[in-house]
Design a protein around this ligand. Structure first.
Ligand SMILES: *Cc1c(COP(=O)(O)O)cnc(C)c1O
Length: 374
């Protein structure tokens, strides 16, 4: 047999890989009990029913290649954000855009900067491009923007900035983001990853603040790309659809590294239906606000530390080995995400589910967490 190591450059050989949350089927096979999944920040109400209809309609046309530019969906998204269509690029999930940004802008000898305890795709896309990821320690469980500025050097090309952050759920206010962007050197591009924008907008309105001026920063001609996804509030994580908003000069380079036809005709049709399904999104957002409040209340009552969330999940300090807690929760039929892999050995991330799912999670926590005040 061939020695495959020989063919693979060292930066790929040394890469870690993405470890996904357990699927319901895997967890049930292991534990033998019926399970709910609160592990990957998916929409508990499923996909938009309008998107499902659109998928069924589009299915009969699968002999044709899709429109490579997803022009119709691109136009609809551009209109929504008040930008010309050439500011928008669709891709197979925002993870795919992260890869494209890294492949386009990074190389051996260059680096990207982000926060510790942030999205797990950032190290992967950086390493795949042969570059180095610098992780700056958190401040108050969120991005330390001054620390990130201090970590930028002449070889930095990208900053990955998730706002809200996954997995801590933290949020950087508009004024801080602006102050940060004003000071980022000209040779650095900021990737504003706004995967949880729909949820954050609701929390921001409730808390009397503005969520983000990301798109305006793009319009002003700053070195910013805004990433959005259909995986979270729109409930289309399995479909793989996301987009970037950036200056057309940047977009036209991104198009060159994009895999042609990677956005399927099904995805485009579903995306068009999903953005128009106001009812489904509003139901999702209402449930999320109520669920966030419920979980914070119940877990705090149990003596656990829950961070305030701006997204569709909560970060909980459980005061003991999170992997052990995850295993015990799994045997109670609840799948959550232990955060040891993020460097948070005693923390878990729990997706906000439907009210009955949140109740089941709280009941299971009362049984399995020793730190809980019972
Ligand atoms: C979920 C998530 C995404 C979305 O990834 P997709 O590839 O679009 O499914 C991007 N960034 C962060 C921070 C996320 O949590």
């Amino acid at each position: 047999m061939s020695n495959f190591d020989f063919f693979v450059p060292p930066h790929i050989r040394s890469m870690g890989r993405y470890v996904p949350g357990k699927t319901v089927r895997q967890a049930e096979a292991e534990s033998g009990v019926r399970s709910i999944k609160l592990a990957s920040n998916e929409n508990p109400f499923g996909p938009s029913p309008l998107a499902v209809e659109a998928i069924q309609r589009a299915a009969t046309e699968m002999n044709w290649y899709p429109d490579a530019d997803s022009a119709e969906l691109r136009a609809a998204i551009a209109e929504r954000h008040g930008v010309p269509a050439d500011y928008v690029l669709l891709a197979a999930g925002s993870s795919s855009l992260l890869h494209m940004m890294a492949r386009m802008m990074l190389a051996p000898g260059l680096n990207a900067v982000t926060s510790e305890c942030s999205f797990i795709s950032y190290p992967l896309v950086t390493q795949a491009a042969g570059a180095t990821l610098v992780k700056v320690p958190m401040r108050d469980y969120g991005y330390d923007l001054d620390g990130i500025l201090a970590a930028i050097d002449e070889n930095t090309r990208l900053v990955f900035f998730a706002n809200p952050n996954n997995p801590t759920g933290s949020f950087a206010p508009v004024a801080e983001v602006e102050r940060f962007l004003d000071r980022v050197p000209k040779h650095v591009m900021v990737v504003l990853d706004e995967a949880y924008s729909d949820f954050a907008e609701v929390f921001a309105a409730e808390r009397g603040v503005e969520y983000s001026r990301g798109i305006e920063h793009v319009r002003e001609g700053r070195n910013v790309i805004v990433l959005r996804t259909f995986s979270k509030a729109q409930g289309l994580a399995g479909l793989r659809l996301g987009y970037g908003v950036a200056h057309p000069d940047l977009i036209q380079y991104l198009v060159r590294v994009k895999v042609v036809f990677s956005v399927s005709a099904i995805a485009e049709a579903a995306g068009l239906a999903a953005i128009r399904d106001v009812e489904h999104i509003e139901k999702t957002l209402r449930n999320n606000v109520a669920g966030a409040k419920y979980l914070a209340e119940k877990l705090t009552e149990m003596g656990l530390n829950v961070l305030p969330t701006w997204a569709n999940f909560v970060y909980v300090e459980v005061g003991e080995d999170c992997i052990a807690v995850a295993k015990r929760l799994q045997s109670e039929g609840v799948i959550i995400r232990p955060l040891a892999g993020w460097g948070a050995k005693s923390a878990i991330r729990v997706t906000i589910g439907k009210s009955e799912e949140n109740e089941q999670f709280v009941a299971a926590m009362k049984k399995v967490v020793s730190a809980a005040v019972r």
